[in-house]
Design a protein around this ligand. Structure first.
Ligand code: C2O
Ligand code: CU
Ligand code: CU
Length: 451
């Protein structure tokens, strides 16, 4: 039995019937009639799984409409894998345009990285083969075709990938229905209730929050310790996440897995492509209590949690070290990347026919990200994670949730961000780009070769 269910007892008439020591069913839904039950994507082991991208009719909670979907759901199935798994995922592109599956955050060979160069033609198929060699973390799969990433992601193609390992398992963190995947983004719907992509020149701006494809989402919970696995799946919007009552979150992980130690914060800026592993301690809550996850920047109510079952939960947030993270240091060289305008790096637009630079395998480098404006630029690397070393200008600090391993870091106007990076997974072609997806499609991307 996991720590999350030790001493688990049902109380009150609202709860599901629970026998101590037995598998229990998730709590009933939340009750607020003005909001819609949070969709939980089906989970799928990537070994033996298959993905298909296709235009589908989706239930967004308040009605159905068209979207692009993996396997008929928005988000697509949550892939749940173990470190060491040998993965082979056949992909069928049933869209009318080229597409691909990029495994954002996974270090995989070039042939399996879903880059624009390896896009799959409309009606085509391709099998992604790789070994999951990395530590426990939450990753993000999405299309990456040349010039069309922004539109396809915006229309619904995205999903989570959970990687498990022994180090994480030993922590006894909340699991099963108390570990909730949340793909958070903004969205725009047309009059018929279809997801619609209408970018402005500065990028896509949605008019509402969409959590796991649900508009105005609510979710029923136990008064217990919860773990939320957050993917920021917007094209361009930065979410400033906070709880309605101002209570802090305990952040235990980010893009590349567990942080060295937990940190408490009450507001988190999360850019497109970034992930968070959050603990929320609801043990002091009573039946019927509600708490709102908000974006205080947009002034949006993102997800309402309501305690619909009273339990006794003996789990508590871990206090001590979570994970041993090797600190990178002594870079052998520094490379500078200037994110210019709305579609250039170091003055150049991306070209499918150009390799912009080469990186020696296994060497630690400092990569310096600067910008002349038009932020946010959430800078993302394929092929390796990095450690954020310093931020000068703007917010002028490394944020508490930027410890450990990252693959996407938020660069705001006036900021310079230094990261330390080492490519020691595979040799081959990889990408660095802005994950503001309209910037990416316009050319704020470079291809490089690990040699
Ligand atoms: Cu999530 Cu190259 O992207
Ligand atoms: Cu990526
Ligand atoms: Cu950008």
């Amino acid at each position: 039995m996991s720590a999350g269910t030790a001493g688990f007892l049902a109380a009150g008439g609202l709860g599901a019937f629970v026998l101590p020591g037995c598998e229990t069913v998730p709590p009933p839904g939340a009750t607020n009639p003005a909001r819609n039950p949070l969709f939980l994507p089906p989970t799928m082991a990537p070994v033996g799984a298959a993905l298909e991208a296709r235009s589908s009719t989706i239930d967004f909670g308040s009605g159905t409409g068209l979207a692009h979907a993996y396997n008929g759901t928005v988000p697509g199935p949550t892939l749940v894998a173990n470190r060491g798994d040998v993965v082979s995922v056949p992909f069928t592109n049933s869209l009318t345009a080229p597409s691909s599956v990029h495994w954002h955050g996974l270090v995989v060979p070039t042939a399996a990285d879903g880059q624009p160069h390896e896009a799959v033609a409309a009606g085509g198929t391709y099998t992604y083969d790789f070994t999951l060699a990395q530590r426990a973390s939450l990753n993000f799969y999405h299309p990456h075709p040349h010039l069309m990433t922004a539109e396809q992601v915006n229309l619904g193609l995205a999903g989570g990938i959970l990687v498990r390992d022994a180090e994480e398992a030993a922590l006894g963190l909340p699991d099963r229905w108390r570990e909730v995947p949340l793909v958070i983004r903004d969205a725009l719907f047309d009059g018929a209730g279809n997801l619609t992509y209408k970018p402005k020149s500065s990028g896509f701006v949605g008019t509402e929050a969409l959590v796991n494809g649900t508009r105005a989402a609510k979710h029923g919970v136990d008064n217990a310790l919860y773990r939320f696995r957050v993917v920021q799946g917007s094209n361009a919007r930065v979410f400033r996440l906070a709880l309605g009552d101002g209570a802090p979150f305990t952040v235990i992980g980010n893009d590349g897995g567990l942080l060295p130690t937990p940190v408490q914060v009450s507001q988190i800026d999360l850019g497109p492509g970034e992930r968070l592993d959050l603990l929320l301690d609801l043990r002091g809550f009573l039946l019927g209590d509600r708490v709102m996850l908000r974006c205080v920047d947009a002034g949006w109510d993102v997800l309402e949690l309501e305690v619909t079952r009273q339990v006794t939960d003996s789990a508590s947030p871990p206090q001590g070290p979570l994970s041993t993270v090797e600190a990178l240091g002594n870079p052998v060289r520094t490379r500078t990347f200037s994110f210019d305008g709305m579609g250039r790096i170091n003055g150049q637009e991306f070209s499918m026919d150009r390799i912009d630079f080469q990186v020696p395998f296994g060497e630690i480098e400092r990569w310096r990200f600067t910008t002349g404006g038009n932020a946010p630029h959430p800078v993302h690397t394929h092929g390796a994670s990095f450690q954020v070393e310093a931020r000068t200008g703007g917010r002028a600090a490394v944020m508490p949730w930027e410890a450990g391993w990252k693959d996407t870091v938020l660069l705001q106007d006036g900021e310079t961000v230094d990261v330390l990076i080492r490519f020691d997974g595979h040799r081959g072609r990889y990408l660095i780009h802005c994950h503001q997806l309209e910037h990416e499609d316009r050319g704020m991307m470079q291809a490089f070769e690990v040699v």
